[in-house]
Structures are given as C-alpha cells and as structure tokens.
Design a protein around this ligand. Structure first.
Ligand SMILES: NC(=O)c1ccc[n+]([C@@H]2O[C@H](COP(=O)([O-])OP(=O)(O)OC[C@H]3O[C@@H](n4cnc5c(N)ncnc54)[C@H](O)[C@@H]3O)[C@@H](O)[C@H]2O)c1
Ligand SMILES: [Zn+2]
Ligand SMILES: [Zn+2]
Length: 408
C-alpha cells in the first residue's frame, strides 16, 4: 500500500492535486500570481482581451478559476495567431464579448481537476480547439470535430454548462475553447493532447490549428490520392499546410494561388510545383491551362470568400472535389452554376478542423515533424512577446506571416 497521502488521494483533492505540499510548491512556481482571497483558488494572470469588435486587444489582469472535474489548467508556452482570430476581432464571426481569443496553443499542464486521468501536472500538451464530448452521435462515429457540444462551446464561448473560467472583477470573460492569448487557461481534458517533452512547444504549437486544419483537409477530408493534381487558393498559415499535406499524400502537381508573390515563393518551399498570382492572372483559366484544359482533381479554398470558393469549384475537373476550408463572413452566400452540378458530378465539401480526431491526429503530425517529413520550423515566420499581440495580428493581416507565434 502506498502512503495515505499519495496515489488514491491525488484525484480526490480539492483540485485533483496530490497533497498540500504540492499545492504550495506550484503556487511558488507560478510566482507573482497570487491566489486571490476573494475568489477561492483563482489565479491572476495577464491576458489579451477583446472587449469590442475592430478594437485592439487589451492586455490586462484576468482571474483564472481553478479547473473543475474533467478540466485542466494549462500554462501556455506559445500561441499561434490565425486568421480565425482576426475574423473574430473584425466581428465577421460573432463572439460573446468580452473574450480571450487564441486557439492555436501549446503549454504545460499546471493543475488538473478531479477525475482527470490522461494528463498530469508537468505534461506538455498541444491544445485542440474542438472539444469532443465522447458520447454524441458524431463522437461515437469518429467525427469529434463535429461534436455538437464542442461546437456550442466554440460558438458560445463557455463551458457546456454555460459557465466560464475567466473573469475580470465580477464580469465573466468568454473562451475561444483554448484562449491562448493569455498566460494560462482552463480547458476540458479532451482538448489537452500530450506530446513528447523533447518537441519544442514554440514549434509544436502550430499543429494546434494551422497544421491540423491544412494537412487534415488533405488527409482526412479529401483523402487526396497518390498522383493527384491539387490547387490551393490562399497560401497563408493554413494553405501552406494544405500544400505540405498534398506533398505527403503524393500529389504530382500542386498549384498554389495567392495575391502575394512572397506567399507563392513560400508555397514553393513547402512543395508547390506551380504558383499563380490571382492579381495578375485569371486563376481558373491558368489552372486549366496547367492541367491539360480539364482542371484539378482537388481544389482547396483556404481564405474564406464566396468569390474564391466559386473559383475553387470552377477549377476542379468533372468528378473532382472542391474543399472549402476558409471561413467566409457569417452572412455571405456562394452562387454555383446549377446545371453543371449534376452534369459534372463535382463534389463541394467543407472541412472543419481538418476532420480532426485530435487524440490520434495531433500525435501523428508531431511524429511526422520529428521524423523530418513535416515542416514546422519553416512555418513560424516571426515570434512575438505577449505584449506585441496586436502587432502580430497586424502583421498577419498585412500578409507578412506564414505563422506568427507569441511566446510567453
Ligand atoms: N475550416 C477550419 O477549420 C479553419 C481553421 C483555421 C482557419 N480557417 C480559415 O482559413 C482561412 C485561412 O486562414 P490563415 O490563418 O491561413 O490566413 P492567412 O491570412 O495566413 O492566409 C490567407 C492567404 O490568402 C491570401 N489571399 C487573400 N486574398 C486572396 C485572393 N483573392 N486570392 C488568393 N489568395 C488570397 C493572402 O495573401 C494570404 O496568403 C481563414 O478564413 C481562416 O478563418 C479555417
Ligand atoms: Zn485557426
Ligand atoms: Zn460529442
């Protein structure tokens, strides 16, 4: 039998911690962040908060409440900056405000709530921005990225019971599930995916959204076949990962489309065989010219606009597949040539979080990086200090980044 204070008491303690000594040890470790007397167990951290659309994020003190049953407190080491954060800031995709954005995060488990079994304090984790409840129809058939509970969390900005673990004074602050634009956050256990400690988290972080979404769209959604022809419209942080996913899948022709030559150049470094500048060329004609007049087997739209979704549909050959990854503004619609739909048997499909099954796919992608087949280092154009978050968002909007990463 182990001593009474070890083992069995670990998961039954106030916050699933082993013993009081361990609590105080960790409190020292999170130096400077006192547990507030007014809010039992709350930690005070710095976070970048969105209070109002189209306004800069405000860096301020936020209270993080302790993890409840099945939840994990993570100390973020790095956070990527994705266009989906910008879309939220611009109000094109409505959010509950105030909110802490950031959904491409990696960090170290600081504390676990009761009943958590798959991670422990000290574990390195990459965060999934979709929570799979494990019980609904979608989770049961292996499509946790469509979990209705997870989607509700993502759109509503709260935990499934409607509560949040952040607050400023008496005001609740919402989550973007991961909320990595702050020093710490609480996530459901299912979102904290353990990764080997030797993989640098400032690199692994990009797997959390950009790589999972892009490579996953190729592998899980489209299932691109060896020898296929592929076009990628939008060669940003996610699109470059569609390019490298297509390389992994053995595509023979990979045509990148962007309006910035620098992005086309990056796409070539990730394995694109051709580049088309959408400002200078008619992209649909150019893609057809490169593919013997027919079009590509697969086209991916990776920037989120109705016009480019239409381009992707048009550049696919009959029987091919257009995959929409980009998130268009909430009220936008796409027009399609109705008669062609049956005649040409094209498929138009959406891809959400690359069809991720996070517990399987995130470790696989990390392994592909470790064995030299997936580029992560090259994806990180620039790193930022936490107080430079608005600069990182500005640089993303200006098209200067493959990925920008905030390092805490
Ligand atoms: N489906 C999902 O699960 C999912 C996940 C993450 C991101 N996204 C979405 O994917 C999209 C891309 O995100 P990102 O972080 O890579 O953005 P990004 O800003 O890094 O990349 C967008 C790219 O599109 C290019 N571009 C702009 N207008 C263009 C045009 N008319 N034709 C061709 N290229 C053009 C830009 O130059 C840039 O290189 C966004 O809409 C984002 O919200 C979707
Ligand atoms: Zn993203
Ligand atoms: Zn579910």
């Amino acid at each position: 039998m182990p001593p009474a204070e070890a083992g069995p008491r670990r998961q039954e303690g106030p916050r699933g911690v082993a013993n009081p000594t361990e609590v105080s040890a960790r409190s020292v470790e999170v130096e400077g962040r006192e547990r507030r007397p007014g809010g039992p167990g709350a930690l005070v951290v710095k976070a970048a908060v969105l209070h109002e659309y189209r306004q800069p994020l405000v860096i301020e003190e936020v209270e993080v409440l302790p993890p409840r049953a099945g939840e994990v407190l993570v100390r973020f080491v790095a956070s990527g900056v994705c266009h989906s954060d910008l879309t939220r800031i611009q109000g094109e995709r409505p959010s509950s405000l105030p909110i802490i954005l950031g959904h491409e995060g990696a960090g170290i488990v600081e504390e676990v709530g009761p009943g958590v079994t798959t991670v422990k304090p000290g574990d390195h984790v990459v965060l999934s921005w979709i929570y799979g409840c494990g019980q609904c129809e979608y989770c049961t058939v292996g499509r946790p990225n469509l979990c209705r509970v997870g989607i509700k969390m993502l759109t509503g900005g709260t935990f499934p019971d409607g509560s949040t673990r952040f607050r400023i004074g008496d005001q609740p602050v919402h989550h973007m599930v991961v909320s990595s634009f702050g020093e710490m956050g609480v996530v459901p256990e299912a979102c904290a995916i353990p990764v080997p400690a030797e993989v640098p988290l400032e690199r692994a972080v990009v797997v959390g959204c950009g790589v999972m979404t892009g490579v996953g769209a190729v592998m899980n959604t489209a299932r691109v076949h060896v020898g296929a022809t592929v076009a990628v419209v939008g060669a940003g942080g996610v699109g470059l990962n569609v390019v490298q996913g297509a390389v992994l899948a053995g595509a023979r022709q990979i045509i990148a489309v962007d309006i910035l030559d620098a992005k086309l150049e990056m796409a070539r470094r990730f394995g694109a065989t051709h580049g088309i500048n959408g400002r200078r060329e008619n992209v649909v004609e150019a893609v057809r010219d490169l593919t013997g007049g027919l079009g590509v087997d697969y086209a991916f739209e990776v920037l989120g606009r109705p016009e480019t979704i239409r381009q992707a549909y048009d550049m696919v050959k009959p029987g091919g597949m257009a995959v929409v990854v980009g998130i268009s503004p909430a009220d936008s619609e796409v027009a399609l040539p109705a008669m062609q739909i049956p005649f040409q048997e094209k498929m138009l499909v959406g891809s959400f979080y690359g069809g991720a099954r996070p517990r399987v796919d995130i470790p696989r992608l990390i392994d592909l990086y470790r064995t030299g087949r997936l580029k992560l280092d090259e994806l990180v154009t620039r790193t930022y200090r936490p107080e430079q978050i608005n600069q990182a968002l500005h640089d993303l909007e200006a098209g200067e980044l493959a990925r920008g990463v905030v390092v805490y």
